[in-house]
Ligand binder design. Structure first.
Ligand code: NAD
Length: 319
């Protein structure tokens, strides 16, 4: 089966490509490497079923590319910068216009292409569409509490509008599209782009203090990458047209608890240092209600935080 993965050279995209190649699909990985890394897919490049295409999906496909990727059955649209850390050059705050464009113009380009090809499309949205939530845990029906003008809006609002675009294509043009809202995911090949799990492990391995924003009582849920990839594929294959699915681990931890776990698993004596204030618009809690994914996709995460952290720590140590 011919499948497109946009953002396939990124953290999640490369794991998705791995899984699809393993089961014998033909994968076209389309990525402009703005935040991704070709090393993530190096091991796939000799495989005749895998093709990397360096292209910005916010631009329409040129004719020669269009003919290569015709007869595609599934389009996974994962392309987008994803890290909120403003101090990191690979964050979406460093790429505001590219982030807004790929989630809106890029989503439109891919919806049009999917319609023409009769392909199914999956749009990777985010738990950030819930903003700093006033409902907890968050169900798909919750409409969110998001700033339209704050520093994170370039990502949050672009994802929200991306969801609107997919929904309009489903409603008005009968596109076979669906949306997933991904909650924090971690694992091997995560970019060094300022996301909290990597920052803590890096700090521990260098015996430096854990960089905690605020008091550390803010909560997150952390999903290990293999669980998430299984959920993404099920959402594409079993998920209903026009539906939205939360995908994430429903076990909630405070940032302080995460730091304690990393400290224990690495066996270091790093200090846990908190700061006075949280970054602007940083959500105080985040936890998915995954009842819908459980019931309709038959999916739930299996890997515990300890197990996943051990794997990631081992991977980072080996590098
Ligand atoms: N990792 C998470 O915890 C998480 C949480 C919520 C949502 N998501 C979403 O999942 C998707 C993948 O995230 P990730 O963590 O793998 O990030 P990532 O930065 O590792 O991967 C994103 C990939 O998209 C590519 N890309 C960006 N703009 C592009 C464009 N215009 N054309 C072609 N390629 C482009 C990048 O080069 C990169 O390879 C993103 O859409 C992100 O918003 C991720």
């Amino acid at each position: 089966m011919k499948i497109i993965v946009t953002g396939g050279a990124g953290f999640l995209g490369s794991h998705l490509c791995d899984r699809l190649i393993e089961r014998g699909d033909n994968v076209y990985c389309i990525d402009n490497l703005i935040t991704g890394n070709r090393d993530n897919i190096k091991h796939l490049e000799e495989n005749p079923n895998f093709k990397f295409i360096n292209h910005d999906v916010s631009e329409d496909f040129p004719e020669n590319l269009r003919s290569q990727i015709s007869d595609v059955k599934f389009i996974y649209h994962l392309a987008s910068p994803a890290s909120p850390n403003k101090n990191n050059p690979k964050s979406y705050i460093s790429f505001p216009f590219q982030t807004m464009k790929v989630n809106t113009v890029g989503t439109t380009v891919l919806c049009e292409f999917a319609l023409r090809e009769g392909a199914k499309l999956l749009f990777a949205s985010t738990s950030e569409t819930y903003g700093d939530p006033l409902e907890h845990p968050q169900k798909e029906t919750y409409r969110g509490n998001v700033s339209t003008t704050g520093p994170r809006a370039v990502y949050d609002e672009a994802k929200r509008f991306g969801e609107t675009i997919v929904s309009a294509y489903v409603r008005s043009k009968n596109l076979d599209g669906r949306i997933i809202r991904i909650f924090n995911t971690y694992g091997e090949r995560m970019a060094d782009d300022g996301r909290v799990v990597i920052e803590f492990i890096k700090a521990a391995l260098a015996n430096k203090p854990f960089p905690i924003f605020g008091s550390g009582i803010q909560t997150r849920s952390f999903c290990y990458v293999s669980d998430l990839i299984e959920g993404i594929i099920l959402a594409m294959e079993r998920g209903a047209k026009g539906q939205v699915y939360n995908l994430g681990n429903p076990n909630e931890f405070s940032i302080l608890e995460l730091a304690e776990k990393v400290k224990k698993l690495t066996g270091v004596a790093s200090e846990i240092k908190t700061t006075e204030s949280l970054p602007e618009d940083d959500p105080k809690m985040r936890c998915p209600d995954i009842t819908k994914a459980r019931n309709e996709l038959g999916w739930e995460p299996k890997v515990s935080l300890e197990e996943g952290l051990k794997k990631l720590i081992g991977y980072l140590k080996s590098r």
